[in-house]
Ligand binder design. Structure first.
Ligand code: ZN
Ligand code: ZN
Length: 464
C-alpha cells in the first residue's frame, strides 16, 4: 500500500509541510493543550496535580499562574485541586479522561477524598520513568492516597523528597532564576528524578504492599467505579453482610465502628471514608474495586491475598483465644496486645468481660506489689529509728550517716518515709504541708510503723 493513498481523506490535498488539508473541515481546538494524562486506565495514572505541572511546563507558564487561570472565580487552594478547577481543566483541555485522575469521582460514595497534601514519591518509579527516551517523570494518583504508604511495584516506602545537595551547589539564590515546578524534578537543585537525594527508601511490610496493591486496583478502575450508583454499592454490602453473619460480626472483624456502618447503610446520602471501605473489603474477603462497583458475586482472588494487617484487622477467634489464654496463664492485657498486635479497643469489643477481669487482676497485682515494697521500706525506717534512739541521737536525715549503710540520699523513697515518720511523731522541723501528694498506701505503711514505735517507747518507759 502506498503511504500517499493510505487513509487519505476524500478531496484532501497535501500541503508543502506534508499535512493534509481537507476542505470544510477544521480541527477541534481547545484553550489549553489537550495533553493525555499519563498512565491513564492503569494503576499508575497521573494525578491532576502532576498533570497541571506538565501542562504549565508545556505552556511555559508558572504552575500557580495556570492554576489561578483555570480555577477562575473559584477559591484557589494551594494544596488541593478544587471541584471547579478540575471541571474547568477538563473543558479547557478537552480531556474528559481527567475525571479518572482524581478520587473526586468517588465523591458520591466515599467521604473526604481530598487525599494527602504532602508530596510523597517513589524514587525508583521516578527514575524508571526517565529511562524511556524523551519521557519525564510524573506523580501518581496512588501516592496521594493517605492509606497507601508504599510503592506496590518496588515494595518500598514512599518518601517526601528532600534535596541532598549542599546549599552552595543549589544556585537558586536568584529570584528570577527559579527552578521549574515539575514532578520528578528537585525543587531546590533541579536534579531529574530526585537523583540529588540521599534518602533511602525502607522496605515496606507485606501488609502495606497488599493494601497498596488493593488501592492500585481501585485507581485503575476509577472510570467504572464513578459510573456506579451509590445505592447499588449499599445493596451489595447488605447482601454480603447477610452472608457473613450480619452487620455486628462484620464490623467487629473489620475493627470499625458498627454505627458508622449502619448509618452509611440506612441513610441514602451517607458516605464512608476510604479506610473503612478498605477494612470492609478485607473483612468480607472481596476486591475493593468490585465492592465499589456493586458487583461482588464471588470471592475475589486479589482480596484473598491480602492478609490481616495487624493494626486494623481483628480476627475475633484469635483475639478470644489469646484473652482466654491470658486469663488462664496469669498474663496481663499488655502481653495479649503484644502477642496479637490488636489494640485495647478492639480486644474490648471482642470480649469486654475477660478484658475487665484481666485489668482488675493486673490492678490488684500492682497494688499488692506496692504494699509489699512500702511495708519493707517502713520496716527499714522503723529499725533506723530504733538504732538512733538507742544511741541517744535525734532522728534526722543527717544522723542516718551513723547507720551501717551510710547516709540516706535526699531523693530516696526511704528519706521521704523518714520525713513522714518524723512528722507523725510530732517533729516540728518537718513542714506539715508536703510538697508532693502522699500516696494513701505510703501513709498507711508509715502510720503502722509509727504505731509500733510508739508502743515500744511506751513499753520501755514503763519498765524502769
Ligand atoms: Zn516504585
Ligand atoms: Zn536537589
Amino acid at each position: 500500500m502506498n503511504w500517499k493513498t493510505w487513509s487519505q481523506p476524500k478531496g484532501a490535498h497535501m500541503r508543502d509541510d506534508f499535512r493534509f488539508e481537507v476542505p470544510g473541515w477544521r480541527p477541534t481546538t481547545t484553550l489549553l493543550y489537550g495533553l493525555m494524562p499519563r498512565g491513564w486506565g492503569t494503576g499508575d495514572v497521573e494525578s491532576v496535580k502532576s498533570y497541571e505541572m506538565s501542562l504549565a511546563f508545556e505552556h511555559r507558564l508558572a504552575v500557580t499562574k495556570l492554576r489561578r487561570f483555570v480555577a477562575g472565580r473559584a477559591r484557589f487552594d494551594e494544596r488541593f485541586v478544587c471541584e471547579a478547577e478540575l471541571k474547568n481543566l477538563i473543558v479547557a483541555t478537552g480531556r474528559t479522561e481527567l475525571n479518572a485522575c482524581s478520587l473526586r469521582c468517588l465523591e458520591s460514595v466515599v467521604g473526604n477524598v481530598l487525599g494527602d497534601p504532602t508530596k510523597r514519591v517513589c524514587f525508583d518509579c521516578c527514575r524508571a520513568d526517565l529511562r524511556q527516551p524523551g519521557a519525564k517523570s510524573y506523580g501518581r494518583l496512588l501516592w496521594e492516597i493517605p492509606e497507601v504508604t508504599c510503592c506496590p511495584i518496588h515494595k518500598k516506602q514512599l518518601l517526601k523528597p528532600q534535596c541532598g545537595r549542599s546549599t552552595g551547589n543549589r544556585k537558586h539564590a536568584f529570584g528570577f532564576l527559579r527552578r521549574i515546578t515539575m514532578f520528578g524534578v528537585c525543587a531546590e537543585c533541579g536534579a531529574l528524578g530526585y537523583r540529588c537525594s540521599q534518602q533511602k527508601q525502607e522496605r515496606a511490610s507485606i501488609e502495606e504492599v497488599q493494601i497498596a496493591q488493593m488501592l492500585t486496583g481501585l485507581v485503575a478502575d476509577l472510570t467504572e467505579i464513578s459510573l456506579t450508583a451509590p445505592e447499588s454499592v449499599k445493596r451489595a454490602v447488605r447482601r454480603l453482610l447477610a452472608q457473613n453473619g450480619g452487620l455486628v460480626a462484620v464490623a467487629q472483624q473489620a475493627n470499625m465502628n458498627k454505627s458508622t456502618l449502619s448509618r452509611w447503610l440506612s441513610q441514602s446520602s451517607a458516605r464512608m471514608r476510604l479506610k473503612n471501605f478498605v477494612a470492609l473489603a478485607h473483612a468480607l474477603k472481596v476486591d475493593l474495586s468490585e465492592l465499589l462497583q456493586g458487583r461482588v458475586t464471588h470471592v475475589s482472588l486479589r482480596a484473598l491475598r491480602i492478609k490481616r494487617a495487624s493494626y486494623n484487622f481483628v480476627d475475633p477467634e484469635v483475639a478470644r483465644k489469646a484473652l482466654a489464654d491470658a486469663l488462664r496463664c496469669e498474663q496481663s492485657m499488655h502481653v495479649v496486645r503484644q502477642v496479637t498486635g490488636f489494640d485495647y479497643r478492639a480486644l474490648r469489643r471482642v470480649d469486654p468481660d475477660i478484658c475487665e477481669q484481666l485489668i482488675d487482676r493486673e490492678r490488684h497485682r500492682r497494688l499488692t506489689l506496692k504494699q509489699q515494697r512500702y511495708s519493707s521500706i517502713a520496716k527499714e525506717v522503723l529499725s533506723a529509728a530504733r538504732t538512733l534512739h538507742a544511741r541517744g541521737v535525734t532522728l534526722t536525715n543527717r544522723n542516718t550517716e551513723l547507720l551501717p549503710g551510710g547516709r540516706w540520699g535526699p531523693v530516696q523513697t526511704r528519706s521521704r518515709f523518714l520525713s513522714l515518720f518524723r512528722r507523725a511523731l510530732g517533729d516540728e522541723c518537718i513542714p506539715s504541708v508536703p510538697n508532693m501528694p502522699i500516696d494513701p498506701e505510703m501513709e498507711r505503711a508509715v502510720n503502722e510503723a509509727v504505731a509500733t514505735y510508739n508502743a515500744e517507747t511506751a513499753a520501755r518507759g514503763k519498765v524502769p
